[in-house]
Design a protein around this ligand. Structure first.
Ligand SMILES: Cc1ncc(COP(=O)(O)O)c(C=O)c1O
Length: 466
């Protein structure tokens, strides 16, 4: 199949143009006056782009094209984001109660996977960069010593990290494979990697066995769209396929699937040129901000990733956010100390102009006493796991006041969002340090999410371990 063929996207467009009398879902029927511009693009796969028996195998053909572009043996399109891909990888990684090595800078969705699969995680952490306080690359030596603990069936890494670090995945893959384990990578923020010589190669190209990518984060595809890619050999692809089948809705949005097909076609044909523009835009923003005294723009391994650190200028990110919102600018992530404007192939040149004009001036106007570098507890948590996430999730639990939670085992995740890395996760011992840091971040204005009581008055803890 030629690289410029997008079979699923083409069939979706043809179906939408044909005015078929659809005695099928969805319930809006794309009916004028009932379905607005958003719904007008909504169509199913079966009985829409393809027939009831899926005899055109349009999804299979589109997935095969994506597999070939990313150098995978199998590819699955996902409509529940990288969240679903992480859950599927966990269900294929090992059997319940088996041990896996996990980077603790993982997203909360991998915890969901650990709960579903009943895996027993052993955590490793990347080192912190002393200049910025941010987590850097994962040292292969940490993986080697984690593997030396024995009986590790799989290793889960997040590459690139939320802040743009990309580890030496090739070396780590060698260590993991020598130990008889598989390497499974959450690459949610790196769907664009591998498409430009200035960017790192993606993890599959570096030897990982499976890779999850949020196509919606950095490629031109619908929100929720993602890819799961895998290599045959070490990982049981039939089991991964069963895990995917377990988790995928029976009514996937074909508009979401088709947008992955189009994004794949676009990146294959024009990815390098598009990313050259993104890289130049990022450089322009970096230059404008580095001219502001005290501001640091953290340099990771992905030149499109900007992490703007404000402590040295004494400015408060939330005050800066107010100015930027008033000027019509939104950021992917922001807290008191850092701002992450996400740049991707869809970033408009005029947005970059606006940012370069508004952001440095706003930081200047909120300049204060310089503070030492400081980052969210999400990046720093050093958990003490007591029981597996699954046991904690299903254990008898009770709600206790924040003050009485210290020393107890958490039954829930507590996650500053973004970045979505849990500061506290099911099965971990709750420490005063984590609680104090969470409360401080909440008081500063950060959103604390995915817990029962986001006000942090109470926490759900394990009352009895079965
Ligand atoms: C590292 C990481 N993995 C997975 C996810 C989940 O991705 P999605 O929103 O596509 O489900 C996120 C979301 O931000 C993330 O940061």
């Amino acid at each position: 199949m030629p690289i410029d063929d997008a079979p699923l996207a083409a069939a979706s467009q043809a179906f939408l143009a044909a005015g078929v009398a659809s005695f099928t879902t969805p319930g809006h029927g794309r009916r004028p006056g009932l379905a607005d511009a958003l719904l007008a693009l909504d169509l199913p796969l079966s009985t829409g782009a393809d027939d009831l028996r899926l005899s055109g195998d349009l999804l299979g053909r589109a997935q095969a094209l994506a597999a070939s572009l990313w150098g995978a043996d199998r590819c699955w399109f996902l409509v529940n984001g990288s969240t679903q891909g992480n859950e599927a990888m966990a269900l294929a990684a090992a059997a319940p109660r088996e041990r896996v090595l996990v980077s603790r800078t993982m997203h909360k969705s991998l915890f969901a996977g650990l709960v579903l699969a009943g895996l027993d995680p052993v955590y490793v952490r990347p080192d912190l960069d002393p200049a910025t306080g941010l987590p850097g690359r994962m040292d292969p030596a940490r993986i080697a010593s984690g593997l030396a603990g024995g009986e590790i069936r799989a290793v889960f890494l997040t590459e690139p990290s939320y802040v743009g670090a990309f580890s030496d995945v090739a070396t780590i893959a060698g260590l993991v494979h020598d130990a008889g384990a598989t390497l499974l990578v959450d690459g949610a923020w790196g769907a664009h990697l591998g498409f430009h010589p200035a960017l790192p190669r993606h993890a599959l190209a570096c030897g990982a066995d499976a890779l999850v990518l949020s196509t919606h984060k950095t490629l031109p595809a619908f929100t929720q769209s993602a890819l799961l890619l895998a290599r045959a050999g070490r990982l049981d692809l039939a089991q991964l396929d069963r895990a995917y089948g377990l988790l995928e809705t029976t009514s996937p949005s074909c508009a979401i699937y088709a947008s992955i097909d189009t994004a794949r076609e676009t990146m294959a044909a024009d990815g390098e040129r598009l990313l050259s523009v993104t890289i130049a835009q990022a450089a322009r923003i970096r230059e404008a901000l580095e001219a502001v005294d005290g501001v640091t723009v953290a340099v990771g391994d992905d030149p499109t990733k900007l992490v703007i650190l404000l402590a040295g200028a004494g400015a408060d990110g939330f005050a800066v956010e107010r100015d930027c919102e008033a000027a019509g600018i939104r950021f992917e992530m922001l807290d008191r100390n850092m701002i992450v404007p996400l740049l991707h192939v869809g970033t408009h040149e005029a947005w970059v102009d606006r940012l370069c004009e508004v952001l440095p001036a706003s930081i200047e106007s909120h300049r204060g006493v310089p503070r030492p570098p400081s980052v969210s507890i999400a990046f720093l948590a050093e958990p003490e796991p007591a029981i597996t996430p699954r046991r904690a999730f299903f254990a008898a639990h009770e709600t206790v006041s924040f003050e009485r939670a210290v020393g107890r085992i958490s039954a829930e995740t507590v996650t500053p969002y973004p970045p979505g890395i849990p500061a506290l996760a099911p099965g971990e011992v709750i420490t005063a340090q984590v609680l104090d840091a969470l409360r401080e971040e909440a008081a500063q204005g950060s959103r604390i999410a995915y817990c029962t009581d986001p006000s942090l008055e109470t926490l759900v803890v394990v009352s009895e371990v079965s």
